[in-house]
Design a protein around this ligand. Structure first.
Ligand code: EPU
Length: 425
């Protein structure tokens, strides 16, 4: 297992390019199953989650080619059984369900296991597919989905206890594009990644309207064709580096290949916390530098366009050394506070109770060996390590490699002192 040594206390400077979005790429790669024609997808980040998805597609019978950020997929001869050995590695594998059942009338996918950021049920995914006529059964840890008599468009409300579901919306949208009649998804997720998937599907010949709003209308078509698509920038990678600019630079850092409209939540909170965020005229580049009088503030995560749960851990790391009291509430994944115990080991003053964390800013963090527990928690530990003077050792680096492309190289490019120790226990 790799680990990262972060020799903190250096001021970051310079510019990096933000990669394509991991969370947009995953369902878009799965959507390649909807056509027997070749699809070409650009700016797919080289992270382990996209590699798992490509392994699943290969195991399902797709021809897959990948060179640098470009992926070519042809799903001419596919079968409906997603293998447990690969599926179990990544929860997002469930987004092959919708495309498989729509294209082949049948799918068998392992039930995803528990997850450190919360329970993560899939009831809403199943509700969506059932509503348009799929029969669902479980057997030997697999979900069997069948649509013997075909799927029929209908109106479905996908609102759950914690609000809309991103991949649940994607799954139903992908099934509905090849479903007879009109499917209307009410209480749909409107994250930019859902819009990117809809754009991808429409470029294949689907008829989807309203993606990016709470009501998506999909008029089924009989087949889809090939396409060429470029994935949107990763707004969570961008947000993570924006926090690094506020926490660990003097003159600021610049992030290129971003989209200002997708960074509203992080931008507003950085400004409220007293930092400086400047976009260029077309919103494709941003410079973030620390303000003179940073202050703690409150954050409540919410579905898009609210503050993203995927940025919660990184802001918690920033507030750990921000003067004043910050209160962070995660309404989407109330158990997503594993990073707080590790930050506390570095000297942070954080109390977690019932889905929220109260952070009393301390002057400095001290380096320590810490354990990454999930993707965004690891990012929070890297940010804390950059700030703490001395060497922080981050174990279980594979969590960060799931979703941050070349994080160590990008940090080095910004002048950070980091070392990846390969294969250490
Ligand atoms: N939920 C249900 N039933 C379901 C599905 C979801 O109750 O059938 C609940 C979840 O437990 C949660 C809420 O609904 O409380 C929202 O979950 P959602 O389904 O939107 O999450 P997801 O689609 O599985 C995606 C991202 C996550 C991100 C969430 C929320 C991908 C691959 N994953 O997950 O990203 O946190 O949306 O925005 O797109 C990450 O990148 O670190 C990450 C975890």
């Amino acid at each position: 297992m790799d680990k990262l040594l972060v020799h903190g206390g250096t001021s970051l400077a310079g510019a990096i390019n933000i990669s394509g979005s991991k969370n947009a790429s995953l369902p878009i790669l799965a959507a390649a199953l909807l056509t027997d024609q070749q699809v070409i997808i650009e700016r797919v980040p080289d992270v382990s989650d996209t590699n798992y998805m490509l392994q699943i597609l290969s195991a399902l019978g797709c021809e897959v080619e990948r060179y640098s950020g470009t992926v070519k997929i042809t799903a001419a001869n596919i079968h409906p059984e997603a293998p447990y050995e690969i599926v179990r590695k990544m929860r997002a594998s469930i987004c092959v369900m919708g495309p498989l059942v729509a294209r082949l009338g049948r799918a068998s996918v392992s039930i995803p296991g528990g997850c450190v950021i919360g329970d993560r049920p899939i009831d809403l995914h199943l509700k969506g597919l059932q509503a348009i006529g799929a029969h669902i059964d479980t057997e030997g840890g697999n979900i069997l989905i069948e649509a013997k008599d075909g799927l029929k468009g209908r109106e479905v409300d996908l609102r759950g206890r914690h609000g809309p579901t991103v991949l649940g919306t994607d799954n139903l949208m992908m099934a509905a594009v090849l479903t007879e009649g009109t499917t209307i998804i009410e209480s749909a997720a409107c994250e930019p990644e859902v819009v990117d998937l809809a754009d991808f599907l429409n470029s294949m010949g689907a008829k989807i309207e309203g993606a990016g709003t709470r009501r998506i209308t999909i008029e089924g078509v009989t087949s889809l064709g090939g396409t060429h698509h470029t994935v949107i920038p990763d707004r969570i990678e961008a947000g993570t580096f924006m926090v690094a600019g506020a926490m660990s630079s003097e003159s600021g850092i610049t992030l290129n290949r971003v989209r200002q409209d997708q960074l509203v939540g992080a931008t507003e909170k950085l400004i409220e916390a007293g930092h400086l965020v400047n976009f260029n005229d077309d919103g494709s580049s941003v410079t973030v530098s620390p303000g003179d009088t940073p202050q703690g503030c409150s954050i409540t995560t919410a579905p898009h366009p609210g503050f993203p749960t995927d940025m919660q851990a990184q802001f918690t790391a920033m507030f750990a050394t921000t003067p004043g009291i910050s209160v962070i509430e995660d309404t989407i994944f109330p158990q997503r506070f594993m990073h707080c115990a590790e930050l506390t080991r570095m000297g942070a003053d954080i109390n977690v109770d019932n889905g929220s964390a109260v952070v009393h800013g301390v002057k400095e963090l001290s380096p320590a060996p810490v354990m990454a527990s999930d993707l965004r928690a690891s990012a929070a530990l890297v940010l804390a390590g950059l700030r703490a003077k001395g060497t922080t050792e981050i174990n279980r680096l594979y969590h960060i490699d799931r979703g941050y492309e070349m994080i160590d190289e990008k940090l080095l490019q910004l002048g950070a002192k980091v070392e990846r120790m390969r294969g250490s226990a």
